[in-house]
Write a protein that binds this ligand. Structure first.
Ligand SMILES: [Zn+2]
Length: 464
């Protein structure tokens, strides 16, 4: 009985977490069904950060919060509201205590950020004293230390127009190194904080109000903080952290452009999902996404599809289906981003052949997207090819507060078997769920995902 309750709580959480941008879109929709350009650009910026955190661990994220009506804002939320939303995503006592500090930090930055200084926030991963590793991992706080810095954005007339936040994720920094740095009177902050090393990451987080540096003394921005902690660890740990910092030294502008492109495709999908949830029916783009991956979905996903079929042959949209689609979309897009940005861990998992093909397709997509006469059929074809290639590897990817994500895809062997034996699939009478199907609404033979033979052949031709 107790297990059942826990599982239900966990499901509600993943639902809220995975559909948070979709829910923002639904909340911000204007009366005529459109969105304001500012909201769209702020959600896009948020997705760029999420792509970087999940797929390009050596990327620095920069976001801007506009100053208006006496507060800083992201969408219609103040920094403390954004921090406060963390309470919905965490269960463990120590994780909740971290949210308390994040709310305090958000308020402190809003009140006390001054021209010409950076305010710094160090959030080490949970230590074994904070929570057992498995628990920390569930909270998405088990692996990465996050470092954030804030600075004011001031226009030529000296008026505050907003603030910038730069953040990075880094692994393998021992908690003791943070304590030793903060206690060293000759540290980058020029003062010892005289902390007691109690073995808790919370104690380091709570120092935020005291951590300020002149902008001129931190020319590298947030990377400078990671570099400053290097002297406080032993040689072995230092090498691991130094290697990551070397990757951060790669071309951040180029990484940013790639993450922006992936985020644009992700945002399009979020809008389709949000509109499908509102109307209760999957849009054409959503059914195309499902159909293009028909051979890759696992049985659980197929059951959800069958549960959501409407009698007129359209596909109903529910939150549980939306969550599965969101996971699949994140998995395929993040792996595309990881491969194009040169994330070696993911490239090794996928292998050189598939990685090269994904990379070539991504380059072609990039060339085509910028042109005014963009050939969307061709872009979709390449993107579907990549999705299938990625789904067939069925690996997890992710980091940061988004956590790691797997799609509801079959094993590699099952997908090959399935794809090669289409003749032996169970074809039953039904209506095709694909929105643009020529047989829409008619009873025809459909495969296990309720996709008719002619739509399936069309999708498979794209894959060849
Ligand atoms: Zn069809």
């Amino acid at each position: 009985m107790e297990n059942l309750t826990l599982e239900r709580v966990a499901n509600v959480d993943s639902d809220t977490r995975l559909l948070s941008e979709v829910d923002h879109l639904n909340r911000l929709r204007q009366y005529d069904g459109s969105y304001s350009a500012r909201d769209i650009s702020e959600i896009h910026e948020n997705l760029v950060t999420a792509v970087k955190e999940a797929a390009v661990p050596f990327a620095v994220s920069t976001t801007h919060q506009e100053y208006r009506d006496g507060s800083f804002y992201w969408l219609d939320q103040r920094p403390e509201d954004v921090a406060f939303s963390g309470y919905r995503f965490h269960q463990h006592e120590s994780a909740i205590a971290r949210v308390d500090v994040e709310v305090e930090e958000a308020i402190d930055v809003s009140l006390n950020l001054r021209p010409g200084i950076f305010k710094i926030f160090i959030s080490p991963r949970m230590s074994s004293l904070d929570a057992p590793y498995e628990q920390a991992k569930k909270e998405h706080l088990g692996d990465d230390d996050q470092i954030r810095i804030h600075s004011l954005n001031i226009d030529e007339e000296g008026v505050v127009v907003g603030k910038f936040m730069q953040s990075m994720l880094v692994r393998d920094i021992p908690l003791s190194a943070w304590f030793d740095m903060l206690n060293d009177p000759n540290n980058i902050f020029g003062k010892s904080l005289k902390l007691e090393n109690d073995g808790s990451a919370l104690t380091v987080m709570k120092t935020h109000a005291e951590l300020e540096i002149d902008e001129a003394d931190l020319p590298e921005g947030v990377i400078g903080i990671a570099r400053a902690v290097l002297p406080y660890m032993d040689k072995k740990d230092r090498q691991k952290v130094q290697q990551q910092i070397n990757l951060f030294d790669s071309d951040q502008d180029e990484i940013h452009k790639k993450a922006e492109m992936i985020a644009t495709r992700w945002l399009d999908f979020e809008i389709e999902l949000s509109e499908s949830l509102i109307s209760g029916v999957a849009s054409n783009e959503i059914t195309n996404f499902i159909g293009s991956l028909a051979a890759s979905w696992n049985d659980d996903f197929k059951r959800i599809i069958n549960r959501n079929r409407l009698s007129d042959g359209r596909l109903g949209m529910t939150r549980d289906l939306a969550v599965e689609l969101e996971k699949a979309k994140r998995n395929t897009l993040w792996i595309s981003a990881a491969v194009s940005a040169g994330n070696q861990e993911i490239i090794d998992k996928i292998g050189p052949d598939a990685s090269n093909r994904i990379l070539e397709n991504e380059k072609s997509i990039k060339r085509m997207v910028g042109v005014s006469s963009a050939d969307y059929d061709q872009i979709n074809r390449l993107s579907n090819q990549n999705n299938n290639l990625i789904a067939s590897h069925n690996i997890s990817i992710g980091g940061g507060c988004g956590g790691s994500i797997m799609g509801s895809f079959n094993t590699v062997e099952a997908i090959e078997l399935f794809r090669n034996r289409k003749e032996s699939w169970t074809w039953t009478n039904g209506k095709c769920i694909i929105g643009s199907c020529a047989n829409k609404g008619e009873t025809v033979l459909v495969g296990p995902c309720s996709v008719c033979r002619s739509c399936q052949d069309r999708f498979d031709a794209e894959y060849e």
